[in-house]
Design a protein around this ligand. Structure first.
Ligand code: ASP
Length: 416
């Protein structure tokens, strides 16, 4: 991403948080309700949401066309198999590591609260988390148009892989016709993303002013330890664990990585959605990190759905926290169950704001903890959601770098 735009997004983030926080406190002493009604919930909300809609608008066509194009560019299908294998291996292992890490730290901390101390919000589990069986079956679309209309990422990936493969089996003439068409379409949507990104500084500012002026800061005091432990773990995982992995395994300077990727991270932070961030992540990986489209277009959309390290850390810590406030002792088997469930829970649920709390109910159910426990942490989850989305999105980028490095090492992957 252009350096100037990236600096503007950084400034917008700082100003957005600053204005949002100031307004949160000022509105208590000033009687200026119209600012809240017209400026914060009116103008700011419209600007932020309009931008998110622009980006969401390109998610489906971008995944479809870029992945089909990616599959077409593979000359040898063993490579596609390898890319998929490395990608899934990375996602699975890193999620298990993240959940175990969250559990380990969470179980050592004394959160020093009981459920009488914490004000719970009305909690209504409207969206039921999907079962494992339906998650697997749901990968296969019954109606491809419905998958596109509903923006079901896993189904779109399935369609792109199968049809990309079938097109590649056609004769050269048909194949090159498709390739040209897909290239033009893909190019158009990338242009659209770049054009939308020019509004990013305003949108990031607007989104953050609204969010920070609304956070229930009082509950942060009651849940201070939970919040701080989790925020610290997420930030540590982001810079420490990914940083070490980048340096020692990918042989890529973490400083350069975070510098180049910072706009995407800021955008993930302000939108709380890995899904809405897909176009920006793809653009940055392809342009700034020179990752081939064939790798990025597979790893990123797949990662936005199934690779959520930040979410797994939250679920692990939240489970230990809820167990503590209800005075429940978790056994070793419970710990293993939490790791498995936190890993499975993220598969098949799209990376959208707050989804981690819904899937947390799957984890709690398995270890027989009351689902109402979720109500206690809801009030501080908005900010934590923003931080964990950054971890989730960064995980997808690190995975792309690693898969690229693995494939390049094999030497023969020259024509992607
Ligand atoms: N908001 C997160 C994401 O989009 C998911 C979550 O709620 O943890 O990646």
């Amino acid at each position: 991403m252009a350096q100037r735009l990236s600096s503007k997004i950084l400034i917008a983030t700082i100003l957005g948080i600053g204005f949002g926080l100031s307004w949160f406190y000022l509105k208590r002493v000033l009687n200026l309700e119209w600012i809240d009604t017209y400026l914060i919930h009116g103008v700011m909300d419209v600007v932020g949401q309009a931008f998110l809609r622009l980006l969401k608008m390109v998610v489906v066509p971008l995944i479809l066309f870029s992945l089909m194009l990616g599959v077409l560019s593979f000359k040898n299908y063993q490579f596609l198999g390898r890319v998929s294998f490395y990608t899934l291996a990375f996602f699975l292992l890193s999620t298990v590591v993240a959940a175990s890490f969250g559990l380990l730290v969470g179980s050592m901390v004394n959160f020093s609260v009981t459920h009488q101390d914490v004000a719970s919000q009305a909690f209504d589990l409207k969206t039921q988390p999907p079962s494992i069986k339906s998650t697997i079956l749901n990968i296969i679309p019954v109606n491809p148009f419905q998958s596109l209309v509903e923006g079901n990422t896993l189904q779109i990936i399935f369609i792109a892989l199968i049809f990309g493969f079938l097109i590649s089996r056609q004769n050269d003439l048909v194949r090159s016709r498709w390739e040209k068409g897909l290239n033009d379409l893909n190019d158009l949507f990338i242009r659209f993303t770049l054009w939308s990104m020019s509004f990013a500084p305003f949108a990031v500012f607007a989104l953050l002013v609204k969010t920070f002026s609304e956070l229930g800061w009082d509950s942060f005091v009651q849940l201070a330890r939970y919040f701080l432990v989790l925020a610290f773990l997420l930030i540590f995982y982001l810079f420490g664990v990914y940083g070490i992995f980048l340096k020692w395994v990918c042989r890529f300077s973490p400083i350069i990585f975070f510098k180049k990727f910072r706009s995407v991270m800021l955008f993930a932070f302000s939108s709380s959605s890995s899904n809405a961030t897909i176009p920006v992540t793809l653009d940055s990986l392809i342009k700034d990190f020179k990752i081939p489209t064939s790798i990025a277009s597979l790893v990123v959309p797949l990662g936005a759905t199934i690779n959520m390290n930040g979410t797994s850390i939250m679920q692990a810590v939240a489970t230990t926290f809820i167990a503590q406030i209800y005075g429940v002792e978790l056994s070793f088997i419970d710990y293993v169950t939490v790791v498995i469930m936190a890993t499975l829970a993220t598969v098949g649920t799209a990376g959208v704001p707050g989804v981690g709390l819904i899937t947390l109910s799957m984890v709690l159910q398995q270890v027989q903890l009351p689902l109402e426990g979720i109500a206690f942490i809801m009030s501080v989850d908005r900010l934590l959601d923003m931080i964990r989305t950054v971890v989730n999105v960064t995980g997808d980028a690190v995975a792309s770098l690693w898969v690229h490095q693995k494939m390049s090492k094999r030497g023969s992957f020259t024509d992607y």
